[in-house]
Design a protein around this ligand. Structure first.
Ligand code: NAD
Ligand code: WQD
Length: 335
């Protein structure tokens, strides 16, 4: 019996593969490498000292997926595969609707055909839109501020409908806050294409000299120092949350939406300071205007995850920065 990891060659997927293998699970990775390569899985094999079955295919292609279900006995799916660049989703919404929503529909159809009805889905804190208040609890109103976020919201709804139609399905909607960090070995990590959109890879690329300076998007928010506050979570803690979700899935009697965050917010400048301390590198920055669509504060109330999964994040901002830096300095140009 194995767990199918769609998007398993990507940033969060590759770290989750390590955690699952170390916990004794068999996995099959499925990826079309549109935002990754098989190098990450080769590196995971180095870490765990084991061969990892890897199938190249697209979740929108039922024939690709059926091959996996024919060749392996799949117990459950962790569904990471998706496009995630907010700006690109505004420019090319149909690409996102097709890849993320249509892709998930095809995946669920194939799962249903093969009697596999357990899925852990990569949702996002983006489904809370611009939250009225923080910390954010799972019952807060949902909304989207861009097409990427809308795909996450719609997929959540689609999975709820699937459960209503057949309540044998076991479904976890894991809403990640801001994943950062890397495996402690420094062998796998985040390797964005082109200019990073997210804060941490922009910081690490500035520290290594690939970028001249960090633009801090706005210092006039109603926050501790005026810069945006987010709930950064170590990717290994996030991966461990998936392990817990897989272990608990069979006990779920309804669709479970669960925040995966630390409960602690850090401003952009606090992250820059923590990073400089952890890496002993300077991160030159300039304050620039706000980025459109950004919210002032976004951080989780992680109580529910502790209650239902018995999970909580343990790695602090210092470790997040140290591990991000180890990955970047060992791999200045990524994989
Ligand atoms: P990533 O881009 O590193 O990984 C996604 C993987 O999915 C890539 O390897 C990509 O090649 C693959 N993929 C994409 N479309 C595919 C398709 N049609 N068929 C097969 N494979 C496909 O991204 P990540 O940061 O690891 O994110 C994983 C998931 O978590 C995504 O669904 C993302 O939306 C979600 N998420 C990420 C963040 C974040 O900040 N990183 C936050 C919240 C949610
Ligand atoms: C964090 C903070 C920026 C870059 C995005 C997606 C969200 C989710 C996670 C997938 C903010 C500031 C950033 C920079 C900066 N992804 N910043 N200079 O915006 O919270 O969330 O990634 O689901 O959907 O929207 O993360 O890392 O882009 O930004 O000042 O060069 O850093 O303004 O305050 P965000 P981020």
């Amino acid at each position: 019996m194995a767990i199918l990891i769609t998007g398993g060659a990507g940033y969060i997927g590759s770290h989750t593969v390590v955690v699952l293998i170390e916990a004794g699970y068999e996995v099959v990775v499925f990826d079309n490498f549109c935002n990754s390569s098989d190098k990450s899985i080769k590196r995971v094999e180095e870490i765990v000292g084991k061969f990892i079955p890897l199938v190249e295919g697209d979740i929108r292609n039922s024939i690709d997926l059926e091959k996996v279900f024919e060749n392996y006995s799949i117990d459950a799916v962790i569904h990471f595969a998706g496009l995630k660049a907010v700006g690109e989703s505004v420019a090319e919404p149909l690409k996102y609707y097709d890849n993320n929503i249509h892709g998930t529909a095809v995946l669920c159809e194939v799962m249903q055909k093969y009697g596999c009805k357990s899925i852990v889905f990569s949702s996002s804190a983006t489904v809370y839109g611009d939250p009225h208040t923080t910390p954010i609890q799972e019952h807060f109103p949902l909304s989207a501020t861009n097409p990427y976020g809308r795909t996450k919201l719609f997929i959540e709804e689609m999975l709820r409908d699937i459960f209503v139609a057949d309540n044998q399905w076991k479904i976890a909607l894991l809403r990640y806050f801001n994943p950062v960090g890397a495996h402690i070995s420094g062998v796998i990590g985040e390797d964005p294409n082109g200019i990073p959109n997210n804060l941490m890879p922009f910081i690490t690329q500035t520290a290594i000299g690939r970028r001249e300076f960090l633009s801090v998007f706005g210092d006039d928010y109603d926050t501790v120092d005026g810069t945006g506050v987010r709930d950064y979570i170590h990717v290994v803690d996030l991966a461990l949350g998936h392990l817990k979700a897989v272990e608990k899935l069979h006990t779920f009697e309804s669709v479970m939406a669960i925040n995966l965050g630390t409960g602690r917010g850090y401003s952009v400048l606090e992250v820059v300071n923590a990073f400089e301390k952890a890496s002993n590198k300077a991160v030159p920055y300039k304050i620039t205007p706000r980025r459109s669509g950004d919210v002032a504060k976004c951080y989780a109330d992680p109580t529910y995850a502790k209650d239902v999964l018995g999970w909580e994040a343990t790695r602090d901002i210092n470790q997040m920065c140290e591990d991000s830096w180890r990955w970047q300095s060992n791999n200045p140009n990524g994989y």
